[in-house]
Design a protein around this ligand. Structure first.
Ligand SMILES: [Zn+2]
Length: 139
């Protein structure tokens, strides 16, 4: 039990240390979670903002996170509540993974991409260089 409490304190501290300010320049940066723990749940309060910053469908991003964290989740007023305690560093790593796989262009590295679904295949198309690559679809 003692360990459990220590771990929770550590997580709470980690959340406190997160910066409050978002980058305001136009350069693309991988967004960081703003979150907090509530009992046995982890709330990402800027979930919607992250999805819209990445210009990805909220439900697509959500499916990815739920799969990666092997948990369940619900979204309310732009905040996502995941079952279980997840540290911000783990969540940020998942977001980085999502951005690399589903947002950044493999060819030119720019984030100006869109996802296109054709029949059963999903493609990532880059508006900057025109490349179009097949990506795994998340169901
Ligand atoms: Zn490109």
């Amino acid at each position: 039990m003692a360990f459990k409490h220590k771990y929770e304190d550590m997580l709470k501290k980690a959340y406190k240390q997160l910066p409050e300010v978002e980058a305001t320049d136009s350069r693309f940066e991988i967004p960081k979670v703003h979150g907090r723990l509530q009992g046995n749940r982890t709330i990402i309060t800027n979930f919607n903002q992250i999805a819209s910053y990445l210009r990805r469908d909220e439900s697509h991003f959500l499916k990815f996170m739920v799969r990666e964290l092997a948990t369940t989740c619900e979204v309310n007023n732009g905040a996502a509540t995941f079952v279980g305690k997840h540290s911000p560093s783990v969540l940020n790593t998942k977001i980085e993974k999502y951005v690399k796989e589903f947002v950044l262009c493999k060819q030119c590295g720019k984030p100006d991409t869109e996802l296109i679904v054709e029949k059963d295949d999903t493609f990532k198309r880059c508006e900057a260089c025109g490349s179009k690559v097949s990506i795994r679809s998340i169901k």
